[in-house]
Design a protein around this ligand. Structure first.
Ligand SMILES: Nc1ncnc2c1ncn2[C@@H]1O[C@H](COP(=O)(O)OP(=O)(O)OP(=O)(O)O)[C@@H](O)[C@H]1O
Ligand SMILES: [Mg+2]
Length: 537
């Protein structure tokens, strides 16, 4: 109806109409081949091509489908053999009511033979004019599936040949029942495929989400500070960018670095943190880059450095601000060239390790004051991530307390019932200068001291907390501002004072342990030990 061949011999379809047997064989073949096509688009093109074969090359075949939303018929597929018609036809919409030829078949559900299209008032002369063709006789058969009428199959002949016969109509009707079935199957298949595709996408997203949660689950907390931290970690994990994790002592910098590593494509590879402040410059170099046998006294064997043993993984350069200047130069060269030169070796070796760094001093300030090389800083800190202090996310303390309590109970194998409301309140009020690590130490200590089956009470917490909480509380304990001597053993009072004093000196020195140790008049090693004991590191 919509298209027609021009000048082709009418005889072909007359011949076929007479050859009943071969038509039914063709019909059988067609139904079988249609049943195998699952994509609607391919199916429709095959229907049109095969129908034209059956009705003769002069015929024009079209499938019209019903758009249930608008109750209109449209041409879902247009014959590529007549590309000129395609844009016009794909835009055509025909009301599915009795006023049009196709609409009438939809309405009655009956096949129809129209001997002369142009003489029928339901025929769209305007459409014919637009397509630039003239149709003669038209056959229309309903496409009926289990869901009802889905469309119309039409075959038109040119004007200059005799009209279709009732036999032709009967044949088309038969053919239409197979075509309708094939369309229905293709639609079911398509629905299943989209459902499956949707499901696959959804499962993929859920799985990625679960994995992410798994990777970041160590980071306890739901405060907005933690949520933005996790978002940054996700971005950092997704690219190989150089990350600098900054934050006060005990805030969880190592946890963050490990989380980034595990969520990254290297996540299955090894991860290790090296404390750059804990080694002499020579040892740090050999630790990171390795050494040849005999490179220095005591180097009786060759030794692979961490940059090599962590190949495929990530290394955390912890306390990178404490890296000695000579080592800063060497690290910069390694990062620029992507290869290491083991101590005593003459040729470099390629490395494949992601470098993440962490610092509890403000590295930018260290650069400004000349203690840290600016060029190295820019190499390491392309993506700085600041880990918030515990005070900035007080809302997370209850969840952290539960998490740490659970871990301590499991570690000690001791059934402790939890905190009394007073003890819990104290934990919530504290200043926590040592951040999560101090909280963890407090919980660990309390569980170690508690009797099985008991609650942890205020008296089981350290003097530092009991005196009012954290730094400010410590000031009260130290100064006895109210004139009262706090009722605590001397040992607790001394620890409280030390904790406070060391934390303050460390802060004043911008977190630099070496300088804090000088101010305090003790060695750096001793200060590291004390920081650990007091739960400040
Ligand atoms: N958000 C958190 N959820 C659960 N545990 C945490 C969290 N943050 C820190 N911790 C715990 O606190 C302790 C200190 O964390 P971590 O060692 O990562 O801190 P840090 O910032 O590297 O400290 P430092 O500057 O002293 O090296 C660890 O036991 C860690 O498991
Ligand atoms: Mg650390």
């Amino acid at each position: 109806m919509a298209e027609t061949g021009t000048g082709r011999a009418k005889s072909s379809h007359v011949t076929l109409a007479g050859a009943g047997e071969s038509r039914f064989k063709l019909l059988f073949d067609l139904s079988r081949s249609l049943a195998e096509i699952k994509e609607l688009e391919t199916l429709l093109s095959s229907i049109v091509a095969r129908c034209r074969e059956l009705f003769g090359p002069g015929s024009a075949v079209a499938v019209m489908l019903l758009d249930r939303d608008t109750d209109e018929l449209y041409f879902p597929y247009t014959d590529t053999q007549r590309p000129l018609h395609m844009p016009q036809l794909s835009e055509v919409r025909i009301p599915a009511g009795p006023g049009t030829l196709g609409g009438a078949v939809m309405a009655t559900g009956k096949a129809e033979l129209v001997p002369d299209a142009e003489a029928d008032p339901r025929f769209d002369l305007e459409l014919q004019r637009r397509l630039g063709v003239r149709l003669g006789s038209v056959l229309l058969a309903p496409l009926r599936s289990r869901e009802g009428m889905v469309g119309v199959l039409t075959v038109s002949g040119p004007r200059d040949v005799p009209p279709w016969t009732p036999d032709d109509l009967g044949f088309l009707e038969n053919l239409a029942s197979y075509v309708a079935l094939a369309i229905e199957n293709a639609r079911i298949y398509e629905r299943l495929r989209t459902a499956e595709e949707d499901l696959r996408v959804e499962v993929g997203a859920l799985r990625a989400d679960l994995e992410r949660r798994d990777v970041f689950q160590e980071i306890v907390g739901t405060s907005s500070a933690i949520r933005s931290l996790i978002r940054l970690m996700e971005s950092a994990a997704a690219s190989p960018i150089a990350v600098l994790v900054e934050g006060e002592t005990g805030t969880g910098k190592e946890l963050v670095a490990r989380g980034i590593h595990r969520a990254s494509p290297r996540g299955e590879g090894p991860f290790l943190a090296v404390n750059c402040g804990a080694f002499t410059p020579e040892l740090l170099e050999s630790e990171l880059f390795g050494h040849q046998r005999g490179a220095f006294t005591g180097a009786d064997r060759a030794h692979h450095g961490l940059f090599e043993t962590l190949s495929g993984g990530s290394i955390l350069l912890d306390e990178v601000g404490e890296m000695p200047p000579a080592m800063q130069v060497k690290l910069l060269r390694v990062l620029q060239e992507g290869e290491i030169l083991p101590v005593g070796a003459s040729t470099g070796r390629k490395i494949d390790v992601r470098v993440i760094s962490a610092s509890n001093v403000n590295l930018e300030a260290a650069v400004a004051s000349g203690r840290f090389r600016a060029d190295l800083y820019y190499r390491l800190a392309a993506f700085p991530i600041r880990v918030p202090r515990l005070l900035e996310r007080r809302g997370d303390i209850p969840e952290l307390v539960d998490h740490l309590l659970h871990r301590a109970v499991v570690a000690h194998g001791k059934q402790v019932l939890g905190f009394t409301p007073e003890a819990r309140a104290l934990l919530l009020e504290c200043e926590w200068p040592g951040n999560v690590r101090q909280l963890k130490n407090e919980v660990d200590r309390a569980v170690a001291l508690a009797h099985p089956g008991d609650h942890i009470d205020v008296g089981d917490l350290t003097e530092a907390l009991r005196a009012g909480g954290g730094r400010e509380g410590l000031l009260v304990a130290g100064e006895s501002a109210a004139g009262e001597v706090p009722a605590a053993p001397l040992r607790d009072a001394r620890i409280a004072f030390e904790t406070h004093y060391i934390a303050e000196v460390l802060e004043r020195e911008g977190g630099n342990v070496s300088r804090a140790a000088t101010v305090l008049g003790i060695s750096r090693v001793m200060l590291h030990k004390k920081l650990k004991q007091l739960g400040l590191r």
